[in-house]
Design a protein around this ligand. Structure first.
Ligand SMILES: Cc1cc2nc3c(=O)[nH]c(=O)nc-3n(C[C@H](O)[C@H](O)[C@H](O)COP(=O)(O)OP(=O)(O)OC[C@H]3O[C@@H](n4cnc5c(N)ncnc54)[C@H](O)[C@@H]3O)c2cc1C
Length: 277
């Protein structure tokens, strides 16, 4: 029986070098990791490409380790890997927390951090965490490797700085000083795309990032400056309202997202202050 999938070609490299050569010489190819995003697109006919590169067998893209003082997370690390990793729980507990809120156990078992970052949805739950952690995206092609600061990785709605011949091989996270905070607001606890998602760090210069309130995940530098300068939470909320660009869509309204973003900022501040310990 012919199926919708039978027209598709899947290349299955055994090594990362082999994968990168295929990407350069046999492209265009669409990398495929856990396939949780891609399968939805294939099912609904919104992925026109027919040639795919299966990354799932590439051991070089797996693993979570410390290199010096840097937490290095392989692109193929799944949400379940992140939840179970003692290193992640110790160094970046909000990444384990964000992973617990993704989809369902089935999605957590297959979905990868590399896929979440590359998919470039403004609602991706790990993205505000990586933004406040000031992570680095490690990209590799057959011609070499480069590192892109997470803050420079997204260039527009679902646009990234990654070239078609590059793969995300890892995410590097420096040590984060200060209390970490994460909250996702969706329709329900499981299987819900974020209406608003916020990650923050309470440090002398606080860091705040939000998803689902602009075309890309955003840091809120002017809000952070108000908080760092000793401004009131009401002043910070007013600045935040001007810093985000939420829209009405099928999941929520811009007005609701603005209200919730302001509430989350106050909750972060309350939870992480002296009274919040
Ligand atoms: C039912 C359901 C619930 C979901 N719930 C959530 C949720 O709550 N929160 C959330 O954030 N997401 C959610 N998602 C989306 C999805 O699970 C995540 O974005 C996941 O992390 C994607 O990873 P993947 O490995 O499956 O990516 P894939 O589907 O394999 O790929 C996604 C995109 O990334 C590219 N890609 C993958 N890996 C690499 C790489 N190493 N280098 C370069 N490009 C790469 C692919 O080419 C593709 O464009 C959900 C999806 C489903 C189906």
């Amino acid at each position: 029986m012919a199926t919708a999938l039978s027209r598709l070609t899947l290349l299955q490299p055994r090594t990362l070098d082999g994968a990168l050569r295929m990407l350069r010489d046999e492209g265009p190819l669409v990398p495929l990791a856990g396939c949780t995003d891609l399968y939805v697109g294939l099912h609904f006919g919104t992925v026109p490409q027919q040639r795919f590169l299966d990354l799932s067998g590439l051991r070089a893209l797996g693993g979570i380790c410390l290199r010096g003082d840097t937490l290095v997370i392989g692109a193929l690390a799944t949400y379940t890997d992140l939840i179970r990793s003692a290193l992640v729980r110790r160094r970046l507990p909000i990444l384990a927390e964000a992973s617990r809120w993704v989809g369902s156990p089935q999605i957590q078992n297959r979905g990868t951090i590399g896929g979440n970052v590359a998919n470039a949805s403004p609602a991706g739950d790990t993205l505000p965490v990586l933004a406040v952690a000031e992570a680095t995206v490690v990209l590799r092609s057959a011609d070499g490797q480069r590192r892109v600061a997470f803050g420079d990785f997204y260039t527009g709605y679902r646009q990234t700085a990654m070239r078609p011949d590059e793969l995300i091989v890892a995410i590097e996270v420096p040590r984060v000083a200060g209390r970490q905070w994460f909250r996702k607001v969706g329709t329900r606890a499981a299987q819900a795309i974020s209406k608003v998602v916020m990650a923050a760090v309470r440090a002398p210069h606080p860091r705040v990032a939000l998803g689902s309130v602009a075309p890309t995940v955003v840091r809120a530098p002017r809000t952070e400056a108000v908080l760092a300068g000793g401004g009131t939470i009401a002043e910070a909320q007013a600045v935040l309202a001007d810093e985000i660009r939420p829209i009405d869509d099928l999941r929520s309204t811009a007005a609701y997202r603005r209200r919730v973003s302001a509430n989350l900022l106050a909750q972060f501040w309350g939870d992480t202050g002296d009274q919040g310990t």
